[in-house]
Structure formats: structure tokens, C-alpha cells
Design a protein around this ligand. Structure first.
Ligand code: PRP
Ligand code: URA
Length: 241
């Protein structure tokens, strides 16, 4: 019942009050879908399936993380404003469009978020890159911040926070809190796989953040890993399994 409900919501495009069953329908997780974009283009779903397979090695996994980041970046920048610019083609003078005055910072949550940076930089070459170092305690699953460095003018930038996995939401909310303390107003969180629990936590914790994900999975297991998920993204990207 759970997954059918989610699929139905995607197909009908309903945005408010998504209702997602969990662990065989024993538990229901609800969140406001109006700030969630599921980037579920067929190519994205195909590539994500390859990533999920335990047969996929680090080299291909890394390439796919980069590619999916590019697809997500495309959606996450869809509302960027444009302005007219006069140009001359080899044929004649004309008016073209260019992005107007939108400055971007890409902020990977270390380590796994690093895998998404190159894809986004291909899309937005002028973006600056900040870093937030966060690791999950393996027992408590609480996030611990160990490093942070942002561009000096981060407050004036649209910050694309990137991390392949949104599980409990602890790491993402800690990173978003850090950005808010630095004065960042426009925060967009780009993940590849999200658990309903993490989505709910992030949306309830921060009333403005927008979330982009390639998939909303079923639930978390007892070790707070996403099910079915793809395992430990950082270990798969960096070959530290
Ligand atoms: C993973 C992942 C996220 C976090 C998600 O990082 O890349 O940052 O866990 O889990 P959460 O939503 O429950 O916080 P991890 O702490 O394993 O560090 P790593 O990136 O160095 O592998
Ligand atoms: N971090 C990961 O890398 N994978 C999960 O499933 C959960 C947290």
C-alpha cells in the first residue's frame, strides 16, 4: 500500500501532504511534497538502478554519481531568472538570453557529497565550492561536524548542498543549520536517494529549504541505512569498503 500511494502521488502531481507507508504499512510518514522534486527521468531511473546493484564497482559508481548530479542540477536551477543580451550571430544581430545575476555555491557534505561536485560544476562552471565535513556516528547515527569552509560571500549565493544519501536527515539538517548561521537564504538540498524519514526531518526542521532527489525509498533499517538504498555511498565512491 505504501509504495502504491507514493507512485500515485507522483502520477497525479499532487503536492500537499504526501502519505507514505513504511515497513509494510505499519507506520506512515507524512510530509509536505510541495518542496520536494523527484527527478525521475527514465535515464535517471536507469542509471540509479545500476548504482544500486552491488555488482557495480567504484569507477562506474563514481561516474554515475557525477551524471545524476548533473541531471539534478538541471532541475534545481530551472527557476533561475534570465535577462536579454544583445549578440551578433554570423548571420545577424539578435537578442539572446543569459542567466541574470544569480551566484551559486556548491556545498558538498564530506565525504560522499564530493562525488556530486564535478557534475554540477560542468553545469555551472562559475560556481564557487564550499565544504561542510560531517560524519555519522556509527552507533548513535548522530552527525558530527569536523570541517566547514564557505566562500566569503556565501550569504548572497544560492547554495546547492549536495550529498548522495538522505537517511535520518541528521547530516543534512546540521549542514543546513550551519549555512543558515552563515546568513545563507537560498538553500537547495540535492540528494540521489532519500528515505521518507530524512525528508520529513529536513522539511520540518527548515521551513524554506527545497529538496531534490532521484528516488524516495521505502524506509531505514535498524542501522539507519536506506532500504533498498545503495549501501554506503562514500565507501562505494572512494573504494573504502
Ligand atoms: C553518509 C551520507 C550522508 C549521511 C546520511 O555519510 O553521505 O552524509 O551518511 O545519513 P543521515 O541522513 O542519517 O545523516 P557518512 O556519515 O557515512 O560519511 P561519508 O560521507 O564520509 O561516508
Ligand atoms: N549513508 C549512506 O551512505 N547510505 C545509507 O543508506 C545511509 C547513510
Amino acid at each position: 500500500a505504501s509504495f502504491r500511494a507514493l507512485t500515485h502521488l507522483r502520477q497525479t502531481g499532487r503536492t500537499k501532504g504526501a502519505r507514505i507507508g513504511h515497513t509494510g504499512g505499519l507506520m506512515t510518514i507524512e510530509f509536505d511534497r510541495s518542496r520536494v522534486t523527484v527527478v525521475d527521468h527514465p535515464l535517471v531511473q536507469h542509471k540509479l538502478t545500476i548504482m544500486r546493484s552491488e555488482q557495480t564497482g567504484s569507477k562506474q559508481f563514481r561516474e554515475l554519481v557525477k551524471e545524476l548530479a548533473l541531471f539534478e542540477g538541471y532541475e534545481a536551477t530551472r527557476d533561475f531568472p534570465l535577462e536579454d543580451i544583445a549578440i551578433k550571430t554570423p548571420i545577424c544581430e539578435t537578442t539572446g538570453k543569459q542567466i541574470s545575476g544569480r551566484k551559486v555555491a556548491i556545498v558538498p557534505i564530506l565525504r560522499a557529497g564530493l562525488g556530486m561536485v564535478d557534475g554540477l560544476l560542468e553545469l555551472i562552471p562559475a560556481a564557487r565550492v564550499g565544504h561542510v565535513g560531517m560524519y555519522r556516528d556509527e552507533v548513535t547515527h548522530e552527525p558530527h561536524e569536523y570541517y566547514a569552509k564557505l566562500p566569503g560571500d556565501a550569504g548572497q549565493r544560492t547554495c546547492l548542498v549536495v550529498d548522495p544519501m538522505l537517511a535520518t536527515g541528521g547530516s543534512a539538517t546540521a549542514a543546513i543549520d550551519y549555512l543558515r548561521r552563515q546568513g545563507v537564504k537560498d538553500v537547495r538540498l540535492l540528494v540521489l536517494v532519500a528515505a521518507p524519514e530524512g525528508i520529513k526531518t529536513v522539511l520540518e526542521h527548515d521551513s524554506e529549504v527545497r529538496l531534490y532527489t532521484c528516488a524516495i525509498d521505502e524506509c531505514l533499517n535498524d542501522a539507519a541505512y536506506i532500504v533498498p538504498g545503495l549501501g554506503d555511498a562514500g565507501d562505494r565512491i572512494f573504494g573504502t569498503l
